[in-house]
Design a protein around this ligand. Structure first.
Ligand SMILES: C[S@@+](CC[C@H](N)C(=O)[O-])C[C@H]1O[C@@H](n2cnc3c(N)ncnc32)[C@H](O)[C@@H]1O
Length: 298
C-alpha cells in the first residue's frame, strides 16, 4: 500500500485534468502491483510479447539506427528496452502516464524518450463536449443524433499527434483504450435518461470506432505490429462445475484486417485468488501485422 501511495504521489502527469490523471495513474499502479503478486504466472506472456517484438524487428530488417514508437509502454514489463536501445537511434515510449520508476529506468538508455499522450484524447474531448448542452431537449441533443452521423463524426476526429518513425508497436494496450471514454459516455447518456437501446448502440459504436482508429493509426507507419488480447476467458468455480464465459476483445471485423505474427499464447492475467477465490481470468493474446497496405500520414 505504501509503495502504491508513493508511486501515486511521485509520478507526474500534469497535462491532464485531475479525474483523467487519477483514473489512468491508479490503473497503471494497479497493473504494477498485480505484476508483483503474479510475477510467475505473467512471465510466459511477458516473454512472448518481448520475443514477438524482437523477431518482428529482426526478420523485417527494420531500419537499424532508425526510430521506433512503442504505444502503451506502461511499466515496461513487456518492453525489450536494452534491445530497442541498441537497435534504434530513437525509441519513443508513449503512454498517458510514466511512473517515476519507469523514468528512473530510462535514464540508463540514452536513445529512449518518453512522451505523455492520451491516445483517445480527441474522442474524450468530443464526448466531454456532449455533456455541455444539458438544456437541449432529448430529441435534438447532439449526443443523440442518428447513429451514422455519430459514427462519422467520431471517425473523422484527428488521429493522435505522434512523431514520424520507421516502425510502430502497440503493446497490450488495445483492450484498455475504450474503457475511460466508454465510462464517460455512459455517465452522460445516463444523465440524459437516454433510452437503453440507443445507449447501447452509441457505446458499441464508440468502442468500434476507437479500435478501428487505432488500427488506422498503426497503418499510417511503414511497419506496424499489434500485440493484443484477442479474448478474455473468465472461469468461475460453481458447486460442481466450472462456468466459463468468453469476452471478445478483437472482433471478427478487426481480426479480418490482421495477419498473425506467430502463434497465440495464454496470459494468466488473474489466477484464482487474485480478484476472487473462485474466479480465474486467462487472456488469449496474439501478435499481428496489418494486412492492408500502409496509408499515408497527413
Ligand atoms: C495493460 S497495460 C500494458 C503496459 C505495458 N505494455 C507493460 O505490460 O509493461 C496498458 C497500458 O496502456 C496505457 N494506456 C491505456 N489507455 C491509454 C491511453 N488512452 N493513452 C495512452 N496510454 C494508455 C496504460 O497507462 C498502460 O500503461
Amino acid at each position: 500500500m505504501l509503495r502504491e501511495c508513493l508511486l501515486y504521489l511521485t509520478s507526474p502527469c500534469p497535462l491532464f485534468p485531475r479525474h483523467v490523471r487519477s483514473f489512468y495513474l491508479k490503473g497503471l499502479i494497479g497493473i504494477t502491483s498485480r505484476y508483483h503478486r503474479q510475477r510467475q504466472a505473467w512471465r510466459p506472456h511477458l516473454q512472448a510479447s518481448e520475443q514477438a517484438i524482437k523477431s518482428f524487428i529482426e526478420q523485417n530488417s527494420i531500419a537499424p539506427r532508425g526510430t521506433v514508437i512503442i504505444l502503451g509502454s506502461g511499466p515496461l514489463l513487456d518492453v525489450p528496452l536494452g534491445f530497442l536501445n541498441k537497435h534504434f537511434k530513437r525509441v519513443y515510449l508513449i503512454d498517458i502516464v510514466h511512473l517515476i520508476s519507469t523514468r528512473i529506468k530510462c535514464l540508463f538508455y540514452p536513445h529512449v524518450k518518453m512522451r505523455s499522450l492520451n491516445l483517445v484524447g480527441a474522442e474524450l474531448d468530443f464526448i466531454t463536449q456532449l455533456a455541455g448542452p444539458q438544456k437541449c431537449s432529448l430529441t435534438n441533443h447532439p449526443a443523440l443524433k442518428d447513429n451514422s452521423t455519430w459514427i462519422q463524426e467520431l471517425t473523422a476526429l484527428p488521429l493522435p499527434d505522434l512523431p514520424p518513425a520507421d516502425c510502430i508497436i502497440s503493446l497490450n494496450l488495445l483492450s484498455q483504450l475504450a474503457i475511460f471514454p466508454y465510462l464517460r459516455l455512459e455517465e452522460i447518456l445516463q444523465n440524459l435518461r437516454c433510452p437503453q437501446n440507443t445507449r447501447l448502440q452509441r457505446l458499441t459504436a464508440l468502442c468500434n470506432v476507437i479500435n478501428g482508429r487505432h488500427l488506422k493509426l498503426l497503418r499510417s507507419y511503414p511497419q506496424a505490429l499489434l500485440i493484443s488480447e484477442i479474448t478474455q476467458q473468465h472461469f468461475k468455480e460453481k458447486a460442481s462445475y466450472i462456468q466459463r464465459t468468453d469476452e471478445t476483445i478483437l472482433s471478427a471485423e478487426l481480426l479480418a484486417q490482421l495477419s498473425p505474427w506467430g502463434p497465440n499464447w495464454d496470459w494468466h492475467l488473474a489466477p484464482y485468488g487474485e480478484i476472487d477465490r473462485q474466479v480465474e481470468i486467462i487472456s488469449k493474446v496474439g501478435a499481428f501485422t496489418l494486412s492492408s497496405p500502409p496509408i499515408r500520414r497527413p
